[in-house]
Ligand binder design. Structure first.
Ligand code: KG4
Ligand code: ZN
Length: 334
């Protein structure tokens, strides 16, 4: 029997719909909300409203791109948690209504599990067990994945996420939101060893980025007091040094996780996996440590419904369905 799933992701500021048949992605459409850029971050109220406007056309187009009709859908999946509650509610209500109207099962998906399982969408796929470093604007976790439904968080941030560290550093440099990709761009022409920012000494596999942010703030205040054009004149080296520190913090913990667990299948997921320093660093470390490394295509790294669809496919095979009383949750518990 063939299984076709329509999945919806609306946890933050991207409205996305995907169609997957027997684990093969037929379409994955993402409508990003531009409205937040002028505010320097996501405005929850505006995000919910934009989801309301986007959801019908996005689902409609995802179905058309997949050459699929609603009559062919065997289950409707949505992101249940975590995220902005108003945003989650839009996707959840839409999915519930559609499941009721089509009389097809409903599948509730955890957003963080989905980021990890994005690695299962395309070849090459990691063999189980594998480790996944999920890094985005909202999350920083190391997850041990033994099977599609057996995941455990073995390390996570105690304060800011890695993407936030990039974005907040960029803001201190006067760069627009989201500044992560801009730091990456400037870093390409800079010297990563020029300015030494501190590596926090956090026990175990957890992360902390707030100290780094404070160190960067004081450093910039100090230097611009001496030379008001300091940032402008040294943008490339500052960005390269910040990126180098964030990447070494991430990779050092990933190395520790692999050493502790003995697992050599190592993946990255989340929007920050686009960072060229992190990608190059993982490849280099992987070669040195004889790891098999995996990074999903970018469209499956940022928030997207494709990752919700692949997770829902595995849940479908396990008959792990939700009933209509299911409610979204802003909180991150698995
Ligand atoms: O996964 P994502 O699209 O959304 C969240 O769930 O947060 O991740 C967005 C984050 C932002 O913080 C953005 O600055 C960061 O990923 N990001 C990058 C790069 N591309 C996106 N950070 C550093 N370098 C990049 N090339
Ligand atoms: Zn995410």
């Amino acid at each position: 029997m063939s299984v076709t799933i329509l999945a919806i992701e609306s946890s933050c500021d991207d409205t996305s719909a995907a169609v997957c048949r027997d684990g093969v992605m037929l379409s994955n459409l993402i409508a990003s909300q531009k409205v937040h850029a002028q505010y320097g971050g996501v405005v929850p109220e505006l995000a919910s409203r934009a989801h309301m406007q986007n959801i019908v056309p996005v689902v409609d187009t995802a179905l058309k791109n997949a050459n699929c009709t609603l009559a062919e859908i065997d289950a409707v999946a949505f992101t249940q948690a975590p995220g902005l509650i108003g945003s989650l509610l839009v996707g959840a209500q839409f999915a519930k209504s559609l499941s009721l109207a089509l009389n097809k099962p409903l599948i509730a998906v955890h957003h963080m599990q989905a980021h990890v399982l994005a690695n299962l969408i395309d070849e090459p796929r990691p063999a189980f067990p594998f480790l996944c470093l999920t890094v985005s604007g909202g999350h920083t976790q190391i997850v041990l994945c033994e099977s599609p439904d057996k995941l455990s968080v073995i390390g996570e941030t105690t304060d800011d996420a890695a993407g936030e560290a990039f974005d907040k550093s960029a803001k201190l440099l006067g760069l627009p939101y989201p500044g992560g990709p801009l730091i990456d761009k400037y870093a390409k022409n800079g010297d990563p060893k020029r300015f030494a920012f501190p590596e926090p000494q956090i026990p175990g596999l957890n992360f902390s980025f707030s100290g780094l942010k404070t160190a960067i703030l004081y450093f910039l205040q100090n230097e611009t007091a001496k030379n008001p054009a300091f940032i402008e004149e040294n943008m490339a080296d500052i960005c390269a040094s910040i990126q180098h520190r964030i990447v070494t913090i991430l990779l050092n913990k990933l190395k520790k996780a692999s050493d502790q667990t003995g697992i050599k299948n190592v993946c990255i997921a989340g929007g920050v996996s686009a960072n060229s320093g992190l990608r190059d660093g993982l490849t280099e470390l992987g070669k040195r440590k004889h790891w098999n490394t995996f990074i999903p295509p970018f469209q499956y790294c940022t928030d997207n419904a494709g990752m919700i669809a692949i997770t829902a496919y595995h849940k479908f095979l396990n008959k792990d369905f939700a009933d209509l009383s299911v409610v979204p949750s802003a909180r991150a518990e698995w």
